[in-house]
Write a protein that binds this ligand. Sequence first.
Ligand SMILES: [Zn+2]
Length: 262
Amino acid sequence: MDPVATTQPSSTARLARGLRATLARSLNVALPRLCPSCRDLVTDNGLCPACWSKVAFIAPPYCPRLGIPFAYDPGPGILSMQAIADPPAFARARAAVRYDDVARALVHAFKYGDRLDLAPLLGGWMARAGAELLDGADALVPVPLHWRRLWTRRFNQSAALAAAISRHCGVAVAHGALRRVKATQQQVGLSRSERAGNVQGAFRVAPGAKAEIAGRRLILIDDVLTSGATADACARALMRAGAAEVDVLVLARVVDAAKAPI
Ligand SMILES: [Zn+2]
């Protein structure tokens, strides 16, 4: 075999490779994306019109503490039964949408399907839902992943959402301020008390981040709020480190645990 031919590709081969690369690039630009919920074609990077109409945005009236929507307006300052019976460590929680089939498809596409391009859309929804909390907040704190999970998933969905919200409202993101020091089991399928036990002691403020936390008004950012156990454990860790107040802002929250598609 001619040794030159194996190490030096012919000019025709080089040209073919270049053409393929150019074609792939132009296809990438021209290819429409799929709706993350129903897989229909969409022209912008969001949802198709049918799925858009199904997004269950959360709007007042809701519990001022937990953000759980009320079926009717009970009047100002009235808390939900859950907030009275089991008050959380955080001050207030807000969510952009109810966790239903459309929200689940969005979260899965974003988290596991490499649809990071959805971050500006989802971050925009969260910035709107959390406007009251974001006003006067000092920093956004993404719920951290354990390093092993971060390594397999390659990115932290909560940090990506926090960055998108920050672009909307200008509140800085305290990346790395909170650490997950315990590799917890996935919360899916666990009971309420199992969830609380699973995340107990799982979070700690990073030794160098005390100044970023002490005396500050913080907003914890996560994708889904289910029992609130993770948010509660994070809020406790931040309060122990001297945070003045911790609020919670999530993309989707479970409203009726019995009906939610978890
Ligand atoms: Zn759709």
